[in-house]
Design a protein around this ligand. Structure first.
Ligand code: HEC
Ligand code: HEC
Length: 250
């Protein structure tokens, strides 16, 4: 029996990292305890992030929990920072970290991490039965018309590497991360601007489906080209409020 991991704040670590983060961000990069002026550079701001996300945003070995940022579409990353700030996506250390960031800085930071090219490392996957793996493949590549679940690849791209500028890839992500994010849509600790297509999709998946599709995605052989597909190259079967950088539902 596989349970869906739900992101649990690891307080001891998070608090230590958070303190240093707040020193960087709260100080605006201008003053430190010794009052020595420090230049306010992008590199410095990013130092507040790499403790958790890795020097190039590759995710830490524990990246089932501290996700990779490297190579994800910039529009997607910037929107996540906004969503932590405006409370659509919840995880306290991230909410504090982005609280003082301006939209311009969010864009710059997002572009920095989007441009990082670092190898993907393999991540552990649960053992699941062959028929569950098959179910995961069906959901990812064909969907389930009876349950009104579109294929994941209809939006996340032919090779599931994402679509510029708004849709993240689903390959190269650890099982724990994928399943906990899907769980977060269900527990409403993650949302996007309405209409929230991922919330609709997740509401139509069973727990077993979440396990199956997460395991399938996490065990994919990575395509040689991990870049997101060009903008406009998919025709999403459901409306998502975030596509094209505009809110469609308003
Ligand atoms: C205390 C550790 C910590 C620090 C510091 C931190 N993060 Fe995070 N970040 C996380 C965790 C954990 C998550 C995943 C939360 C969840 O489950 O939704 C996350 C999620 C994200 C995401 C969403 C990733 C995705 O693929 O959806 C982005 C973008 C991000 N962080 C950027 C940053 C940036 C930029 C900084 C610095 C300004 C930063 N983080 C600092 C721990 C941290
Ligand atoms: C109608 C389009 C659409 C379909 C179909 C779709 N997604 Fe998504 N998905 C999105 C969008 C848009 C986002 C970005 C959400 C955000 O900004 O918070 C997303 C985000 C995600 C994320 C978060 C990735 C990260 O790095 O944090 C996961 C996991 C995910 N989708 C899994 C799936 C799975 C599994 C399926 C198939 C069962 C699927 N999606 C089908 C549009 C779609």
């Amino acid at each position: 029996m596989i349970t869906i991991p739900v992101a649990q704040p690891r307080f001891a670590l998070s608090l230590a990292l958070l303190t240093s983060t707040l020193l960087w961000l709260g100080g605006g990069g201008r003053l430190r305890a010794d009052d020595a002026p420090v230049p306010d550079t992008l590199q410095q701001r990013i130092a507040a992030c790499t403790a958790c996300h890795g020097p190039h945003g590759e995710g830490t070995p524990d990246s089932g929990f501290f996700p990779r940022l490297a190579g994800k579409p910039a529009g997607y990353l910037a929107r996540q920072l906004q969503d932590f700030k405006n409370g659509l996506r919840k995880y306290a250390p991230m909410e504090y970290t982005v609280r003082y960031l301006s939209p311009e800085y969010m864009q710059e930071i997002a572009q920095y991490f989007a441009a990082q090219q670092v190898p993907y490392s393999p991540s552990p996957v649960p053992r699941i039965a062959a028929d569950a793996m098959k179910r995961g493949e069906t959901l990812a590549t064909q969907g389930d018309a009876a349950r009104q679940v579109p294929a994941c690849r209809a939006c996340h791209g032919e090779q599931l590497t994402g679509v510029q500028p708004d849709i993240p890839g689903l390959v190269g992500l650890p099982y724990d991360y994928i399943s906990s994010q899907l769980g977060s849509w269900r527990t409403k600790t993650r949302a996007m601007a309405a209409p929230d297509c991922m919330a609709q999709i997740v509401s139509r998946l069973s727990d077993a489906d979440i396990t199956a599709v997460s395991a399938y995605l996490a065990t994919r052989q990575l395509p040689a080209d991990m870049h997101a597909q060009p903008a406009g190259s998919v025709n999403p079967p459901l409306q998502c409020g975030v596509l094209g950088g505009k809110e469609q539902g308003a």
